[in-house]
Design a protein around this ligand. Structure first.
Ligand code: NAG
Ligand code: NAG
Ligand code: MG
Length: 262
């Protein structure tokens, strides 16, 4: 059998299996129709594309390749995304447990917010975004943010609770607008994030600076370090969460094949 037809059989089987299964811890019930992993379009294999994206080999990409919309939808809403998040969170916890914290309350774990603490999947699953296969629409995304209805990423909420028990101070650093502080705080409380040292959001002045996300986040982390905090761990869904200055002793990357923020 040809390699391509073998792959076709492989994908047909895996998608059939994943469709039939009940999915525990589902973030959002919508599931797209079963579809191919882009194998019919020469040069695009969606699983390989996703791996290249996650490893930061492909950078500054704009939208998910059209042919991968169904593939990314399956990945995000089927079990794999949540399992991958749990794998990252488990590795983070293993590391966190191995540390001896100081008694001064200065040991910090950094979390990003969107697609890390909170999931905007109910928004990205809409046809007008199509899991990142359509152009990002700032207007409709902001309307969704203002609803304050984002669910937690289950693995991250679980890790957050465990880190609090270990004695970490939690700092959320997000590029979300400062004007969303009240609704974001409410949203986070509603889904189980009840305590933190800081929730860093972006002021209108900071937004006007048009820094890259990694520059803005580096500067915020530098402020923490200057205040005497020790950044021991850092978890985010974008490489820009975990590169730059004072990234922390260890960084952990959650999957996100829906969009790229430099
Ligand atoms: C964003 O969505 C709104 C509402 O559907 C639409 O009117 C607008 O044209 C969209 N903007 C872009 C840049 O696509
Ligand atoms: C974290 O990194 C700093 C700077 O490299 C180092 O001094 C410190 O010992 C590290 N802490 C842990 C717990 O590994
Ligand atoms: Mg994020």
């Amino acid at each position: 059998m040809e390699v391509t037809s073998l792959l076709a059989v492989f994908f047909a089987l895996t998608f059939a299996a994943s469709n039939a299964k009940e999915i525990p811890d589902q973030i959002h019930p919508l599931r797209p129709q079963s579809g191919a992993a882009g194998r019919k379009i020469p040069g695009v294999h969606c699983l390989s594309w996703r791996l290249a994206v996650e490893t930061d080999n492909i950078r500054n990409w704009d939208v998910v390749p059209q042919v991968c919309e169904n593939y990314v939808g399956h990945y995000m809403l089927g079990g794999q995304y949540r399992m991958d998040c749990y794998a990252a969170a488990a590795a983070a916890y293993e590391y966190a447990k191995s540390l001896t914290l100081g008694k001064d309350g200065k040991d910090v774990w950094i979390f990003d917010v969107d697609e890390t603490a909170l999931s905007n999947l109910p928004y990205y699953a809409r046809p007008d975004n199509a899991f990142g296969a359509k152009e990002y629409n700032e207007t409709t995304f902001q309307e969704w943010e203002k609803e304050g209805k984002a669910p937690a990423v289950p693995a991250v909420l679980d890790l957050y609770k465990k880190l609090l028990k270990l004695g970490f101070k939690i700092v959320f650093i997000s590029g979300k607008a400062e004007s969303l502080r009240k609704i974001t705080t409410q949203n986070m409380h509603n889904v189980g994030y009840h305590t933190w040292e800081k929730l860093v959001l972006k002021s209108a002045e900071e937004k006007a600076e048009s820094l890259k996300a990694y520059q803005y986040k580096s500067r915020e982390r530098t402020k923490l370090v200057k205040k005497g905090y020790r950044i021991l761990g850092n978890l985010g869904d974008q490489w820009s969460d975990i590169i730059g200055a004072h990234v922390g002793n260890r960084t952990f990357k959650l999957p996100n094949p829906m969009f790229y923020i430099a």
